[in-house]
Design a protein around this ligand. Structure first.
Ligand SMILES: NC(=O)c1ccc[n+]([C@@H]2O[C@H](COP(=O)([O-])OP(=O)(O)OC[C@H]3O[C@@H](n4cnc5c(N)ncnc54)[C@H](O)[C@@H]3O)[C@@H](O)[C@H]2O)c1
Length: 437
């Protein structure tokens, strides 16, 4: 199959790299921009933006006749099968996302596709908040009589290494409006690693990545400022941190679920931020960790209150799987908060034996839950016999699914809140919701 013709809307940092590399891949590319000087530069084989290697690539592709540019939207659409949208999506003064350029291009594209009268594919690469692509598709393209396909394909290139990043992306996901939507029409812009996801997920993945990058920079700088105040070389500290690829530079601790807890993280975050305050070092991100964690626990409480039942079984009490440690346990705190709000609460955790608790573990449990022993149940069936409306909050898979089913009265209105993503729970005959999904 011959390579398709592609129009690229917006010839800035993303668009001009997109146009050049797709031309290199053998596509016939037509760039389109509202800025005449950028169009002229492409037509002279020059890069409209500063990016290493782009001038040379555009010159060779222009000389080979693979790329040209125009101000005319109709010409760009008529001469292509796929349009890739790379216009800017800046912040408005309030910080809100300004979609005026994607709105304009979408309207122009829809008009041009209507005039063209044959199939067309639109791929948005401009960064947009979840829901934007579907709304644009419904607003501008849904009324077209000709078949059309719309995708959101987030771009992860970095300026300065943009050509290499485009050729070999660090991450490649494409969002489709319908599950099972074919990717055949856009295969030329994908690679063997590309994963298809719901369009809203693709939009959020882009923001999650950039927020994560921003968080990494801020974190390293906050450690850096503390290091400087203590006359410690924080470059070496962060180098050491990065050498741990099991807990630090890894997927570990990156799954939405239980608030953090245990005997170390809350204590050590508190000690570090206290030290920073004493040193006069501002560390707003580190300072925010405990508050964000508290808000996350509050979101579990809100979910339970919204269900509306007054009896709750917590499954899994220790602060994480594989331990009986209750210190800093989010589920223990949840139990305390529920009791304060008048809920009836029972707790099941086979790893925790009330009679075997000793030392700091025992002190912590009794400080937060003075009637701790009376809340623990040895088996789920004993929790609330003959009760028709129960909420189960499950933080770990420490019980057989059959036991869960047998503690739910048939015909009752029961609800399960899955804190950490135990897939089998969704199959239980009860209302099901994930805490973060
Ligand atoms: N710059 C990056 O490193 C990068 C990386 C990944 C994603 N993104 C995202 O990609 C998008 C584009 O970013 P950029 O840095 O290339 O922006 P940019 O400002 O460099 O380029 C945008 C181009 O769009 C053109 N334009 C505006 N309205 C137009 C219209 N109606 N028709 C045709 N062209 C039009 C502008 O003239 C400009 O040349 C943004 O959403 C951005 O968030 C940027």
């Amino acid at each position: 199959m011959s390579s398709p013709s592609i129009s690229v809307f917006g010839l800035g940092y993303v668009g001009s790299v997109t146009a050049a590399v797709l031309a290199e891949r053998g596509c016939r590319v037509i760039g389109c921009d509202v800025t005449g000087s950028k169009v002229d530069q492409i037509n002279r084989g020059e890069a409209p933006i500063g990016e290493p290697g782009l001038n040379e690539l555009l010159r060779t592709q222009r000389e080979a006749g693979n790329i040209r540019a125009t101000l005319d939207v109709n010409e760009a659409v008529t001469d292509s099968e796929i349009s890739i949208v790379c216009v800017g999506t800046p912040s408005s003064p309030s910080g809100a996302l300004d979609l005026q350029y994607v709105e304009t291009v979408s309207r122009q594209l829809a008009d041009a596709i209507r005039r063209k009268g044959s199939d067309h594919v639109v791929v948005f690469r401009s960064t947009m908040l979840p829901g934007s692509t579907r709304r644009l598709a419904e607003t501008y393209f849904a009324g077209l009589e000709t078949p059309f396909l719309v995708y959101f394909f987030p771009e992860f290139l970095r300026q300065g290494t943009a050509l290499e990043d485009f050729r070999n992306p660090s991450l490649s996901v494409i969002g489709a409006l319908q599950s099972g939507q074919s990717l055949d029409a856009v295969s030329v812009i994908l690679d063997e690693t590309t994963e298809m996801v719901p369009v809203e997920s693709a939009e959020l993945i882009k923001y999650a990545c950039n927020a994560f990058h921003a968080m990494k920079v801020v974190f390293a700088n906050e450690v850096g400022r503390i290091g400087k105040a203590l006359e410690i070389d924080s470059r070496a500290v962060m180098d050491a941190l990065c050498r741990d690829s099991r807990l630090n530079i890894s997927p570990y601790y990156l799954k939405p679920g239980t608030p953090f807890g245990g005997s170390c993280l809350p204590k050590d975050v508190a000690a570090l931020t206290h030290q920073a305050r004493k040193l006069g070092v501002a560390v707003p991100m580190l300072d925010s960790l405990m508050e964000s964690n508290r808000r996350h626990l509050e979101s579990v409480l809100e979910r339970i209150e919204q269900v509306g039942t007054r009896r709750v079984i917590l499954i899994g009490l220790a602060f994480k799987e594989g331990t009986d440690d209750l210190r800093g346990s989010a589920m223990l705190e949840l139990a305390a908060q529920l009791l304060m709000r008048g809920f009836e609460v029972k707790i099941y955790d086979p790893a925790v034996s009330a009679s075997n608790l000793i030392g700091a573990n025992k002190v912590f449990a009794h400080a937060r839950l003075p009637l701790f022993e009376t809340l623990m149940i040895p088996c789920l069936e004993d929790a609330f016999p003959d009760v028709c409306d129960l909420t189960l909050v499950v933080s770990k898979p420490c019980v057989q699914i059959e036991s869960i089913e047998s503690c739910l009265q048939k015909g009752g209105k029961h609800h399960i809140i899955d804190v950490n993503g135990w897939k089998n729970l969704a199959g239980v005959n009860a209302g099901y919701e994930g805490l973060c999904w």
